[in-house]
Design a protein around this ligand. Structure first.
Ligand code: AMP
Ligand code: MG
Length: 426
């Protein structure tokens, strides 16, 4: 096949535009029918809310000081005040402030009855038990009013929201623990290939470590999946068929690695179809990842990823993440790109491209996206330390300094909280 045909065709068919492929995949999916589950809030990062989170009391529930200072009544003007107590954050017995009096109050402390403002300590001078002020008291200043953040029943997070770290902070503020989240799709990861051996072994020169399997598991967990099993199957049609059938009986999503291209031992497309999986697409206009296969059997989905490590990585970030979000009831159709300045030239020919890239902040505070030197989709070393995938639209040539867009690679922190990467088990 000529290089040109290679960019536009796969198995004799025109390649599907990648954005169309993502849309078709997400459109074919729907939220899982499984019931929502209650999980500890600390494990909910990346999960999809099944029920809204709302405030259970007015916040703040009392007037509170926004500054370290002196609580006074503005009605006494800037006259000196007599000290009659102190309130710290956490003080529960609160003295009241009478005419001509003041109470020391720290940030977060309850503002005493009788006071309507707090004078910050930097505008005051204390001599013995008398405080004088260099700032005119103004009613309401530096006081967080009762209920100013909202009342009980205010919905802070809607069902369908993919929980971020900011959301977890607000949810914890509401005491929403446990939290009801959409059932996590059960996923099985299956690597294939006679040359592929367990990653924690010493391969022969003709063999390759099963690096994609572990990376894929990590990506899927980071995207909210419940990885219930992972295995390796050789390039044997019978063994593949048995393994695919078994996986489809147990999982909501089967992710396979390798065996979907043009080689004599690429048996998976025919295996999927023999198992009754309806093909959505095979071959998309993207680099890397062109041979990717996707289909479904009712509500169950199959993603057949090409075996090259960068290809499978890119396909999971771009296809599996929105698919999983949809299965969890989320609204996101496509992952949003983040804009930045290109740190080195980049170019896409006929297929749109994703390139492992480093992110840095320059001296002006701008995000700089620098693609790794071109190494091809088989070079798994280009994933080491990558922060993002630079996206270049088809036909685009970009010079360093031009605006560009990327998908940031997440997951490392999430893994520590919510999931464990299963140990090698082959
Ligand atoms: P395939 O898509 O099966 O033709 O594989 C393409 C390339 O990816 C080959 O060089 C394979 O050896 C390599 N490969 C396939 N599966 C894996 C895997 N699980 N981990 C690392 N490399 C793999
Ligand atoms: Mg193979």
């Amino acid at each position: 096949m000529s290089a040109d045909t290679c960019d536009t065709q796969h198995r004799g068919h025109s390649l599907l535009p990648f954005s169309t492929a993502i849309q078709q995949l997400v459109a074919a999916a729907k939220p899982l029918s499984a019931d929502a589950e209650a999980i500890p809030l600390a494990h909910a990062l990346g999960s999809v809310l099944a029920e809204p989170i709302m405030m259970t009391r007015a916040e703040p529930p009392t007037r509170r000081s926004a500054m370290d200072g002196w609580a006074v009544c503005s009605c006494d003007g800037s006259n000196d005040r007599k000290v009659c107590g102190a309130v710290y954050a956490g003080t529960s017995v609160i003295p009241s402030v009478g005419a001509g009096e003041t109470v020391a109050v720290m940030t977060g402390g309850v503002v005493p009855d009788g006071a309507d403002t707090v004078i910050p300590v930097e505008h005051t001078e204390r001599k013995g038990d008398v405080v004088s002020f260099s700032q005119e008291p103004q009613a309401g200043r530096h006081v967080r009013q009762l209920g100013e953040m909202g009342d009980a029943g205010r919905v802070l997070l809607e069902a369908g929201r993919v929980l971020s770290s900011a959301d977890l902070s607000a949810a914890a503020g509401c005491g929403a623990d446990p939290v009801f989240v959409a059932a996590r799709p059960r996923v099985i990861v299956m690597s294939t290939g006679d040359e592929v051996v367990p990653w924690a072994t010493e391969p022969e020169p003709h063999q390759v470590r099963d690096s994609n399997r572990l990376g894929s598991i990590a990506q899927l967990i980071a995207a909210g999946a419940d990885v219930i099993d992972h295995l390796h199957v050789p390039d044997d049609p019978e063994a593949l068929r048995a393994a695919v059938e078994s996986a489809l009986g147990r999982a909501d999503l089967l992710v396979t690695i390798g065996g979907v291209s043009m080689g004599d031992k690429d048996h998976l497309p025919s295996t999927f179809e023999a198992c009754g999986v309806a093909k959505l697409f095979h071959g998309v206009s993207v680099q890397p990842g062109k041979p990717v296969w996707a289909g479904h059997l009712g509500e169950k989905f199959v993603l057949g990823l090409p075996g090259n490590p960068v290809s499978s990585f890119v396909m999971l970030e771009t296809l599996a993440v929105p698919l999983l979000q949809r299965m969890m009831g989320g609204q996101a159709q496509m992952r949003p790109y983040q804009a930045g300045i290109l740190g080195a030239p980049a170019r896409a020919k006929k297929r749109e491209r994703f390139l492992p890239a480093d992110l840095k902040i320059n001296s002006l505070g701008q995000l700089v996206i620098t693609p790794r030197p071109e190494q091809g989709s088989g070079d798994w070393t280009s994933l080491a330390g990558a922060d993002a995938l630079l996206h270049v639209s088809a036909g685009l040539t970009l010079a360093a300094g031009e605006m560009a867009e990327c998908l940031t690679i997440s997951g490392a922190t999430h893994l520590g909280v919510s999931g464990e990467v299963p140990n090698e088990s082959v």
